[in-house]
Design a protein around this ligand. Structure first.
Ligand code: X90
Length: 277
């Protein structure tokens, strides 16, 4: 097969069963440790380490070189990055495409700025895999995946926004209110791929209601929905049950976020990707 799917590690995908896959890892850094977000990372250990660590920490996106290595010499590549609104990963990817196609004039790379992260990227990668297995042409796949990007969405629920605020990804004032005990912030990916906080709720039940309300307002189509969690399977499972109760055809999958998303979503956080009507 000449097709390959590539993604940076914010997509929470390590490998695919039926189509070749290339991973471009982000890294998480503290003063004395560096965590590469690849298949060898013990995410739970990292999150527990970070919960006791209160000095400076940051992340770094893959370089163009990292992306080219992920392309793996394949002739036709579909590569998807975390939102360009929050990371330099898409810029690196665009440069990687330019170099790769210049060096190999009959190779093609289609690049996608997901304008999101985690579970929405994972949905798009699963769709790409399906399109490739259905023997669609390169151009047909481009059309289909761009349409799918517009018919998927992303919401989140966070118990802390410290890492987002300390790394300049959200306003410090917004982040402050979240740190209060029991307050959960709920929001969505904005159209330009940044965090848009819509609700602040106290307690689990209020938070779940707000999430269910958001799913309906954003026109969840009642089919595929992925719930990524950072050490919070219980809440993910409560939401899964609520979704199944209301949407009988729902295909719900729960999974543990990988390194990059866990660093920013922090302990307890959820990121939910879903299809829209
Ligand atoms: O380039 C880098 O170092 C990576 C920077 C990533 C920054 C933010 C990641 C946020 C992940 C937060 C909830 C989901 C929000 C999605 C909004 C588009 C987790």
């Amino acid at each position: 097969m000449e097709y390959r799917i590539c993604a940076d590690s914010s997509a929470d995908v390590i490998n695919l069963k039926k189509v070749p896959f290339g991973l471009a890892s982000l890294t998480i850094r503290t003063k004395d440790k560096e965590f590469k977000d690849d298949e060898n990372l013990d995410v739970e250990e990292m999150v527990n380490y970070l919960s006791h660590y209160h000095e400076k920490s940051s992340t770094a996106c893959p370089s163009a070189h990292d992306w080219i290595v992920a392309f793996g010499g394949a002739k036709y590549v579909f590569a998807i990055s975390i939102t360009s609104g929050l990371s330099g990963s898409f810029n690196s990817l665009a440069l990687a495409k330019k170099i790769y196609e210049e060096e190999n004039p009959d190779f093609k790379v289609h690049i996608i700025d997901s304008l999101s992260t985690g579970p929405k990227m994972k949905l798009m990668i699963n769709k790409l895999e399906e399109l490739i297995l259905n023997n669609l042409s390169f151009d047909e796949i481009i059309n289909e995946i761009e349409a799918y990007k517009n018919s998927t969405d992303l919401i989140f629920m966070l118990e802390s926004m410290n890492n987002l605020a300390n790394n300049g990804r959200v306003n410090k004032l917004v982040a402050k209110a979240v740190g209060l005990l029991g307050i959960k912030v709920i929001g969505k990916a904005s159209n330009d791929g940044r965090l848009e906080v819509t609700d602040k709720k106290r307690g689990i039940n209020m938070a779940i209601n707000s999430i269910m309300d958001k799913l309906s307002k954003l026109k969840y189509n009642g089919k595929k929905i992925l719930i990524g969690h950072c050490l919070n399977f219980d809440l993910a499972n409560q939401i899964k049950n609520k979704v199944i109760e209301i949407y009988k055809q729902a295909e719900v999958e729960i999974y543990a976020l990988r390194g990059l998303c866990s660093f920013y979503a922090e302990k307890g956080g959820l990121i939910i990707g879903f299809e829209t009507a």
